[in-house]
Design a protein around this ligand. Structure first.
Ligand code: ADP
Ligand code: 5GP
Length: 190
């Protein structure tokens, strides 16, 4: 039975938005707080959205085997901490990882039972609008993220579950249904 849920897809597609709704509707889920070397955005707090680390701290943790997966994304490093996952997996607490595609591939190799969902935008133009509209990234960063997004979108066929986040409520319903079914031990629908 899937107890680890990987939500992936390009930046700005709505992963965070959909995961907030998912956690509200299925409060037994817990969210893994990742480590990153990127700077906190306004309002982000250490230990809440991310564990914000220096490059040296990230290196040290990596050398100690502290990451379940890690990747470079748009010039910064991101990783899932073993300490976030281990206790929950042992206790059977269902956990959600919000990670990019390279990390999702690593989890697929090491935890083949994890349920992986790729969130896709209706188009690249809509993705750009969302990234710009979110207002968290300067134009150079938006451009970097959109460039990475093209490779990520090309990888979506690797994922057996793809949800197109066009109309938010519809995508939200699909994600909740998929996770709920997996939690109940049913075969997830494709
Ligand atoms: P991600 O976590 O994948 O980077 P976010 O959840 O931050 O993406 O969403 C990016 C932006 O798009 C946010 O401003 C969010 O409110 C908006 N958004 C998310 N889903 C939709 C949707 N279905 N329709 C319109 N806007 C959306
Ligand atoms: P952001 O800078 O917008 O918070 O995140 C950038 C990208 O990194 C997003 O696609 C997000 O899902 C991804 N990400 C966040 N945490 C992790 C992690 O622990 N591992 C990996 N591989 N990607 C992550």
């Amino acid at each position: 039975m899937a107890r680890v849920f990987v939500i992936t897809g390009p930046s700005g597609v709505g992963k965070g938005t959909l995961i907030s709704g998912l956690m509200r509707q299925l409060p037994q889920l817990e969210l893994s707080v990742s480590a990153t070397t990127r700077a906190p955005r306004t309002g982000e707090r250490d230990g809440v959205q991310y564990h914000f680390l220096s490059n040296e701290e990230f290196d040290r943790l990596e050398a100690q085997g502290g990451f379940v997966e890690h990747a470079n994304y748009a010039g910064r490093r991101y990783g899932t901490l073993r300490s976030e996952l281990e206790r929950r997996v042992q206790e059977g607490v269902p956990i959600v990882l919000e990670i990019e595609v390279q990390g999702a591939r690593q989890v697929r190799a090491s935890m083949p039972d994890a349920l992986q969902v790729f969130i896709a935008p209706p188009s690249l133009a809509v993705l750009r609008e969302r990234l710009v509209g979110r207002g968290t990234d300067d134009p150079a960063e938006v451009a970097r993220r959109l460039e990475v997004a093209q490779d990520e979108l090309a990888a979506q066929s690797e994922f057996s579950h793809v949800i197109v986040n066009d109309e938010l409520e519809q995508a939200q319903r699909e994600l909740v249904a998929l996770v709920q079914q997996a939690l109940q031990g049913g075969e997830p629908l494709d």
